[in-house]
Design a binder for this molecule. Sequence first.
Ligand code: DOR
Ligand code: ZN
Ligand code: ZN
Length: 448
Amino acid sequence: MIVDSVLTNAKACLNGQIVDCSIAVEEGKIQKIGKETQMPNADEKTSLKNLLVLPGLIDEHVHLRDQGKAYKEDFTSGTAAAAAGGFTTVLDMPNNEPVTMSVYTLRNRMELAESKALVNVGFYSEFPKKLDTLPEVFSEGAVGFKLFMGSQIGGLNIDQDEDLADAFKLAAEVNAPVAVHAEDRALLWTNEERLKQAKKIGLAAFQEAHSETVEVKAIERLLKISDPTGVHLHFCHVSTDGGLNAIAEAKKAGRKITCEVTPNHLLLSADDLVHYGQLVVMAPPLRSQSHVEALWKGLHAGSIDAIGSDHAPHTLREKSAASVWDVKVGVPGLETTLPLFMTLIRKNQLAITQVVQLLAEKPSQIYGLIDRGVLEQGKNADFTVVDFSQKFKIDASKFKSKAKYSPYDGWEVSGKPVKTYVNGLLVFDEGEIIAKPGSGSIIRRANP
Ligand code: DOR
Ligand code: ZN
Ligand code: ZN
């Protein structure tokens, strides 16, 4: 047999161990992993020169924008940023223009991405206006439903417990995970109104409005409503000690609950607002050091399942509005996450197996991406190749993302993504995107 390609001299992360091996690829899938002498003949042979090979990383939380918000990011720039950051699969959030919340909007978004994407892209949908169309939206291939609790975005009335319970029941019936942005709309709104009345327009006011209670209240409310429904809730960007505790308790009780944290909430704190100012305004906001420590503790204790970058690109002008209430929330994260976590491995704060679990294995399990997330015969040939010893300074001006800024700009890191293979195709090589837009594939979740 002659396969498409063989990658030799890989140091691959297999079953929690780093193993010297070669990998044969045929029709976009891993055909074999083994010694070089056991490899089939191939049309192409590439030596990976003892670089580290991880299962293609999955960023389960990105805002690729495009359509009405393409000035901030589009499918090509966003997936170029993914490939350059070592991500082979990204899951796109639905708060777009138009909002992804129906078979029609989902299909349109998939079609547009099909011709523009450089990596694999899966899509969340908000809950549809007509709840009974939820199974159709899921069959169309959404990876799951997003529930934004901070304001009314999707078709579900987030103020009504009964409506939420109905939605959860239906999602549970079709086995669809529900990713939650947990901030209590009513409390957030009351806080904001009070502060706006008092003419407070600075960072402190934003922090106060998005208080810890705003997050904890939403998490506790949803854990209660969802309990009898058996739905799988996945809490995005958990940022508080109290929120994480409530989640950990629910997990201990055997419930189907998972959660994510972002690199920002692990590596920055509210103290950094002084230095970075409005650039690091995000929702949920950066928290005090005690919360950061609680997240780290939770991560090591296994209560945190996944890391999502919450890649949230905006223009610099949008980030520098005169009033904090007009600042667009979020920062880009696709091109900083892997180097930051590789650096933590070097500092012995994390093990490589933890990073692979948080950024590949668990996201693939949570979203039913059964062909991805591990290096194994028969899985898709998605590889993240890292030069673990390469030290460099993060340079946001070189980002492939349209958002060319970052709180990590200038940070000294070690561990550079050097090659990114998507379905067997080398998409990113030594700083350059070498594949054509449209070479990435659209993920339609295989409904179990
Ligand atoms: O920081 C954030 N950015 N939080 C959100 O909830 C939305 C996101 C965005 O779309 O920019
Ligand atoms: Zn969010
Ligand atoms: Zn987000």
